[in-house]
Ligand binder design. Structure first.
Ligand code: ADP
Ligand code: MG
Length: 471
C-alpha cells in the first residue's frame, strides 16, 4: 500500500464516523505529505484546517493509521501545503455521497473558511447549467440489482430512456446507504450520455435550501429561479430536508409546477415516503406521490455477495468466495457499510502484502457486527423462525426424537442461541425441551465445525438470521 492508498483507507474510515459536511469540509484536499518510520505529516490546504484537524481529529487519524500500518507511527504533524491531486486519486473510499471534487489550486492566497475550496471538477462532469454535479462512477453498469431494489432500478432506467414520460416525478425512498444517490446520479449520467446538451441538475435538498436562503438575502431571486426552472431534468437528493422549511417549500412548489408542466423530468430521493415527512405541506406530498414511488430495501445475502464481487472487480482485487460470504454475513445493514468493510479488508491486506484468509479477515470486521440489532431476540422467536425455515413443527424440535431431519435443525437452534444471544449452555438445554448442557455444547461445536467449508449451511444460517432480525 502506498501513501495514497493508506490515506484513502484512513479517510474511508473517518468518513464513517463524521457527518458528510464535516468530512467534506475538513478532509478534502488533504494528503500524506511525508511518512517516516515513526511519523506522518499531513498536507492541508490552509491554517484554518490545520488548527481544526490538530485539535479535533489528530487522535482518530493516528489511531486509524496505526490500524492500517501495524502501529509504528507514533507522531502526526500537519503542514499547510497544496498539491494538485489527480482526479483518480481523490479519496473515494467509503464515499457517502458524490461531491464536487475540490482541488486546491497551487498558488492560492490565504483564504477565509468560507471560500477555501475552489471547485475544479475533474471526475465530475460539467453540463450546460455550469453545475459540477454528477460523478461518473455512479452509473447503471455499476449498480447491482436484487429483489429489494429492482423496482427502483427499473423505474430509474425507464426515466432515463423516456424522461418526462409516465414516471414523473420519480420518487425513490429508503434507508441510508442503500443506493438512492447512486440511482439519481445514474439517471443523470445516462441522460447526459445520450444527449450531452441536456441541462441536468443534480442537487441535494440542503443545497437547494441554502441557495434559496442566500438568494433571498442577496436579492438575487431571479437568478435562483432561472437556475432551477430552466433545467431539463432536476434531481433532488434527500428531499426529506424540506420538512419544516415553509418558505423553501413554497419556492419548491413553484419550481416543481413549472418544470412538471413543461414535461421536464423530476426525480427525488428521500429516507421515507412523502406522507411520512413531518411538516411537509399536503399539496407538496400529493405532488411528490403522483408519479412513481419506488423503495429500496436492505440487500439480501446473495445481493450483498454480488455487490462485493462487483466491487472487487472494480478494484481489481481478488478475494476468495468464502471470505466474501463471510463479509456479507457480518455486514448486513447497508451497502455503504459493506463497501467500507471491503475497503478496510483490502487496505489491510495490501499494506501487509498478504492474501486475505478467514483468520486475518475476521478481526477486521468486528466493528461491523450488528450487535445492536441482536438484543431483542428471544429463544421462542428463534425456535419459531427455525421451525418455519425447515418446515418442522416446534413440538418435534423440542421433542425426544433423534432423527437426523430433526436433530440438525435443533443443533442449529442451539448454535444460534449461543452465537447470537450469548445464552449459557444450561439455559440452551432448558429451552430445547430440557436437554443436558453437554448436548448444547456438542451442538455448538458441531455446527461451528461444519460451517467452515459448508456453503449451504452458511447460507441457511444467513437466511435464518435475516428472517430473525428483519421479522
Ligand atoms: P443512499 O443515497 O441511499 O444513502 P448511496 O447511493 O450513497 O446510498 O450508496 C452508498 C454506497 O453504496 C455508494 O458507494 C453506492 O455506489 C453503493 N451502492 C449502493 N447500492 C448499490 C448497488 N445496488 N450496487 C452497487 N453499489 C451500490
Ligand atoms: Mg444519498
Amino acid at each position: 500500500m502506498n501513501t495514497i492508498e493508506l490515506w484513502q483507507a484512513v479517510l474511508g474510515e473517518l468518513e464513517l464516523s463524521l457527518s458528510k459536511a464535516n468530512f467534506t469540509t475538513w478532509f478534502k484536499s488533504t494528503f500524506i505529505s511525508e511518512i517516516t518510520e515513526h511519523s506522518l505529516t499531513i498536507g492541508v490546504p490552509n491554517m484554518f484546517t490545520l488548527t481544526w484537524l490538530e485539535k479535533k481529529h489528530a487522535r482518530e487519524i493516528i489511531k486509524s493509521v496505526q490500524e492500517h500500518t501495524g502501529g509504528n507511527i507514533k507522531h502526526i504533524a500537519f503542514r499547510v501545503e497544496t498539491r494538485q491531486i489527480p482526479a483518480q486519486l481523490v479519496p473515494v473510499v467509503g464515499k457517502t455521497e458524490p461531491q464536487p471534487v475540490f482541488i486546491q489550486p497551487q498558488e492560492q492566497p490565504t483564504q477565509t473558511p468560507k471560500d477555501f475550496f475552489t471547485e475544479q471538477p475533474s471526475e465530475v462532469q460539467e453540463n450546460r447549467t455550469g453545475e459540477f454535479s454528477l460523478n461518473g462512477k455512479y452509473c447503471f453498469e455499476t449498480f447491482i440489482v436484487g429483489k429489494q431494489n429492482e423496482l427502483a432500478h427499473a423505474a430509474a432506467q425507464a426515466v432515463s430512456s423516456q424522461p418526462g414520460g409516465v414516471y414523473n416525478p420519480l420518487y425513490i425512498y429508503g434507508g441510508v446507504g442503500l443506493g438512492k444517490t447512486h440511482l439519481l446520479q445514474a439517471i443523470g449520467n445516462e441522460l447526459l450520455r445520450k444527449n450531452p446538451n441536456l441541462r441536468i441538475l443534480y442537487i441535494t435538498c440542503e443545497r437547494f435550501t441554502n441557495d434559496y436562503v442566500s438568494a433571498l438575502r442577496t436579492g438575487k431571486m431571479n437568478d435562483f429561479k432561472n437556475r432551477y426552472r430552466m433545467v431539463d431534468t432536476l434531481l433532488i437528493d434527500d428531499i426529506q430536508f424540506l420538512g419544516g422549511k415553509e418558505s423553501t417549500q413554497e419556492e419548491f412548489f413553484h419550481t416543481f409546477n413549472q418544470l412538471f408542466q413543461n414535461n421536464k423530468q423530476l426525480v427525488f430521493s428521500s429516507d421515507r415516503p412523502p406522507k411520512a415527512i413531518p411538516s411537509l405541506e399536503a399539496r407538496l406530498s400529493s405532488r411528490l406521490e403522483q408519479g412513481m414511488m419506488a423503495d429500496v430495501g436492505s440487500p439480501d445475502f446473495e445481493t450483498r455477495v454480488a455487490i462485493l464481487e462487483s466491487k472487487c472487480r472494480e478494484k481489481v482485487y481478488q478475494i476468495e468466495h468464502d471470505i466474501l460470504n463471510h463479509i456479507a454475513s457480518v455486514v448486513q445493514t447497508n451497502v455503504r457499510e459493506l463497501e467500507g468493510a471491503l475497503n478496510k479488508v483490502i487496505a489491510f491486506h495490501q499494506f501487509k502484502n498478504v492474501r486475505p484468509t478467514l483468520d486475518t479477515v475476521k478481526p477486521i470486521l468486528t466493528s461491523f457486527q450488528p450487535s445492536s440489532l441482536k438484543k431483542n431476540i428471544t429463544p421462542k422467536q428463534l425456535i419459531h423462525t427455525v421451525s418455519i425455515y425447515f418446515d418442522i413443527r416446534i413440538e418435534d424440535l423440542l421433542g425426544k426424537s433423534r432423527e437426523k431431519k430433526l436433530a440438525f435443525p435443533r443443533q442449529i437452534i442451539m448454535y444460534l442461541m449461543r452465537e447470537e444471544m450469548k445464552s449459557s449452555y444450561p439455559s440452551i438445554g432448558n429451552e430445547l425441551g430440557g436437554r443436558d448442557h453437554t448436548t448444547a455444547m456438542h451442538a455448538y461445536e458441531k455446527i461451528s465445525e461444519c460451517l467452515t467449508g459448508d456453503e449451504k449451511l452458511q447460507h441457511d444460517l444467513e437466511l435464518i438470521k435475516q428472517r430473525l432480525y428483519t421479522a
